[in-house]
Design a binder for this molecule. Sequence first.
Ligand SMILES: CC(C)(COP(=O)(O)OP(=O)(O)OC[C@H]1O[C@@H](n2cnc3c(N)ncnc32)[C@H](O)[C@@H]1OP(=O)(O)O)[C@@H](O)C(=O)NCCC(=O)NCCS
Length: 172
Amino acid sequence: MSERSDIHVRLLKEEDVAAYMRMFSPAVRKVLRASCYWHEFDYVHTKLRNQKNNKQNNQIEPDRANEQATAFYGIFLDTSLIGALEIRSPEYRGQLYTWLHEDYWGKGIFQVAFKQICQEYFTNNPEANSITATVDVSNIQSYKALLKAGFTCIAQRPGPYEDQFELSFEKL
Ligand SMILES: CC(C)(COP(=O)(O)OP(=O)(O)OC[C@H]1O[C@@H](n2cnc3c(N)ncnc32)[C@H](O)[C@@H]1OP(=O)(O)O)[C@@H](O)C(=O)NCCC(=O)NCCS
């Protein structure tokens, strides 16, 4: 699966936002419990602004440290955006934020995208030894996808809506 050459991952750009919001469908929002469309719209714009500032200034504003330290990627099938993948700074309980439009679930696309990104993440962050993720226990699909990608489950704890699995992907 990882040899699929039609799946590409690259940093998200302003011109991707319309496609991003189109693909961030009600089915995706339901699983992610992201009920507010506009909240995601703000989230994406904040991330893009910080990504841009970070590149231009090469410095981190102290009050935005968490935001600045992230890299926010689009997942593309050929040239069409079909999802997103973000690895947030280690201050987050779950660093991984990812989704695919439901038409693309269960086709191994996450495996390909994550493989590309985690190599880049560990190269750009040599001090990092792991990537964490949290998943609601009812989100079996995501849990299975993360295990398949090499994450291991390290704990189960109460989350904002229900218990969550805490997972970790260790640098090889
Ligand atoms: C999580 C997500 C990104 C995984 O991407 P994906 O490309 O579908 O993952 P994979 O194709 O590698 O699937 C991995 C496993 O999930 C399971 N799975 C996939 N689709 C499924 C479905 N519709 N129902 C139940 N299980 C499913 C399968 O067991 C699969 O393993 P298999 O191929 O050996 O059978 C995607 O499902 C998604 O966007 N979900 C909604 C948002 C979300 O939950 N994000 C994660 C928050 S941490």
